[in-house]
Ligand binder design. Structure first.
Ligand SMILES: *Cc1c(COP(=O)(O)O)cnc(C)c1O
Length: 373
């Protein structure tokens, strides 16, 4: 079904500009394997996060997550756990299993929708698990930066565990006015999938202060080669030149796009009936792949969803059902119960945000939700 207000409406570079890049790629006769467009794109990503940061591009965030776990922890023997939220996208848990670890799900907080630091403290003190945790996969929920990132860094430091951060949807987001998402943990992973605010089609990147780690990630994504010799387990996770060229063009208006997207979210925050809806904490500092709201009466959520769709608005319910309810991951261990995850699962609603969203479309969404009885 085609909606009057689509869920995403990414803006891609003009045909003429892309054609010029394509000509340049043909003339260089260099299509992938760290060509000039990819090298420049990787450098711009690092610089965007901060002067002392480096980036490795990838064919997807999933490939970036996989290489990060292999680079930081090595391939596991299937007995150690990596802690992560159940309320996130499947990629993180998939990758943990592919890398030879087991996901262990911890609960989230009610208003930030971020992993709950108290749950992880409990886990790290739990007799059954405390010696079996190999690392933490923090997931900035919907690409929104958690406001307590320093506490997470301290906790990981103290426990001697790597803190890999899945910030897939969060390129352009801020933890706080002073700190960008991308600047924290052992490394942070971004996606440039068409559904994300910085879209190139398929693509991703890993950002870190650790230059050796970035070198290792480049080797892993290139079959484990270093100077023609396979020195570690690898795969093919490289980003091709055409996608890097699109990425370089997407930087051009990115700041104004972010402003527009944040303005839409602020309007949702101001205009949606606060007695009936919560909006995710710190989302006004995010790049906002969409707006996440929580319906205070979970029983009403599906009715709101249906009303929006009847009105021609493609709303969704990310990341519901959460991972511990998905058939494959039901087998994965869950740590105690996940009451907040279960509550949010039944009450979350995702509203469209576009780069240049029509005022009429925003009003339609607000009115449909506020006027419903
Ligand atoms: C989109 C997303 C991914 C996957 O990104 P790809 O580039 O499609 O591999 C992973 N994790 C989260 C949280 C996401 O939102």
């Amino acid at each position: 079904m085609k909606y009057k207000v689509p869920f995403i409406k990414p803006k891609f570079p003009d045909t003429e500009d892309v054609a010029n890049d394509y000509d340049e790629i043909l003339a260089a006769n260099w299509f992938t394997n760290f060509g000039p467009f990819e090298r420049k794109f990787a450098q711009e990503i690092g610089t965007y996060i901060g002067e002392e940061y480096f980036a490795a591009t990838f064919s997807s965030a999933t490939a970036g997550l996989m290489a990060s776990i292999i680079a930081v922890l090595g391939h596991g023997d299937g007995t150690k756990y990596i802690a992560m939220p159940s309320f996130t996208f499947a990629a993180g848990a998939d990758v943990i299993v592919w890398c030879g670890y087991l996901p262990i799900f911890v609960d989230i907080e009610n208003l930030s929708l971020q992993m709950d630091i108290k749950s992880i403290e409990m886990l790290l003190n739990d007799e059954q698990y405390k010696n079996k945790i190999a690392g933490i996969l923090f997931c900035n929920a919907f690409g929104v930066g958690t406001t307590n990132i320093e506490e997470w860094e301290q906790l990981a430091d103290k426990a001697g565990l790597p803190l890999i951060i899945d910030s897939a949807a969060g390129f352009g987001s801020l933890y706080s006015e002073k700190r960008k998402v991308g600047s924290a943990g052992t490394c942070e992973v971004f996606s440039f999938h068409a559904t994300k605010p910085f879209a190139i089609g398929e693509g991703g990147a890993v950002v870190s202060k650790d230059r050796d780690l970035i070198q290792s990630l480049m080797s892993i994504q290139n079959f484990g080669f270093r100077q023609g010799n396979v020195t570690q387990l690898g795969f093919n996770g490289k980003l091709q030149e055409m996608n890097a060229a699109i990425g370089l063009r997407q930087f051009i208006n990115f700041d104004s796009i972010l402003q527009n997207r944040r303005a839409v979210f602020k309007q949702y925050r101001m205009e949606l009936n606060a007695e009936r809806f919560n909006l995710q904490n710190n989302a006004e500092n995010a790049s906002l792949c969409f707006a996440t709201i929580v319906v205070k009466q979970p029983a009403d959520r599906n009715r709101y969803l249906a009303l929006l769709r009847e009105a021609g608005v493609d709303a969704k319910t990310y990341y519901s059902p959460s991972l511990h309810k998905q058939d494959y991951f039901k087998k994965a261990v869950t740590f105690s119960s996940l009451p907040v995850t279960d509550l949010i699962d039944s009450s979350v609603l995702s509203l469209p945000i576009h780069d240049n969203m029509d005022q009429a479309d925003i009003s339609l969404i607000v009115q449909t939700l506020n006027d419903s009885r």
